[in-house]
Design a protein around this ligand. Structure first.
Ligand SMILES: Nc1nc2c(c(=O)[nH]1)N[C@H]1C(S)=C(S)[C@@H](COP(=O)(O)O)O[C@H]1N2
Ligand SMILES: [Mo]
Length: 204
């Protein structure tokens, strides 16, 4: 084969392989998924552009070993995939395929202290919410970084979103920067404004 043909082949591979890896998954194990891209946004300050080079996920508070992890360090941990439903208090529900790191794996790396009973999730734009530590040890609770096979973008919550099945959407903090373990329950952004700190998505 002439050199130009090799070059052409190489170019085709370089452009088509990443593109193929980025195709959105639309159905998974027979379940029709909600679309990744939407034209509405209900977050308190709109999509956030989190800087990737300097990004660190902090896990601190009542832990034996505080963590400060880069995006790549989190992605290197074992991951899971689950189809989950995210119901917003506004009335809509999305069914999405999430991929991420099980929260209990991450928490185990930090080693919660005996007094820790609660985890506060802090986001880049100042949003926060929290859940009982016990509730976060479940099989399907994760630090999500892909939806329908695509990495989270600025609208979806890059780099990480809490995936909390059974809880209303305002517990699913996006643009996560810090997990803080505390001894007592704390109120987050919406909870301080009167929303339930339990946020059970009963029947939704
Ligand atoms: N950082 C941050 N996370 C957030 C919010 C927000 O305003 N800021 N809004 C919450 C609410 S009310 C809902 S319903 C979901 C919507 O998330 P989605 O983009 O996955 O649909 O994000 C939650 N996470
Ligand atoms: Mo919401």
């Amino acid at each position: 084969m002439p050199a130009t043909a090799w070059l052409a082949l190489l170019a085709v591979l370089c452009f088509s392989l990443p593109a193929a890896a980025q195709t959105e998954i639309k159905t998974f194990e027979g379940v029709k998924l909600s679309p990744y891209h939407r034209d509405y946004d209900n977050s308190i300050r709109g999509p956030q552009k989190v800087e990737s080079a300097s990004y660190r996920l902090k896990v601190d508070g009542l832990v034996e070993k505080p963590l400060s992890l880069s995006y790549q360090q989190v992605l290197a941990l074992p991951s899971i995939r689950e189809v989950v439903k995210m119901p917003c208090v506004e009335g809509w529900t999305e069914t999405l395929l999430y991929q991420g790191v099980r929260l209990r794996e991450l928490l185990a790396l930090a080693g919660p202290k005996a007094q820790a009973t609660w985890v506060m999730f802090h986001s880049a734009e100042g949003y926060s919410t929290g859940l009982p530590l016990k509730r976060l040890l479940g099989d399907k609770v994760m630090l999500g970084y892909k939806i329908n096979g695509l990495p989270l973008d600025a609208a979806r919550g890059w780099p990480f979103q809490l995936v909390a099945p059974g809880k209303l959407g305002y517990k699913w903090a996006k643009w996560l920067v810090r997990l803080e373990l505390t001894a007592e329950p704390q109120k987050g952004y919406w909870e301080k404004r009167g929303y339930s700190n339990t946020a059970d998505a009963a029947g939704r």
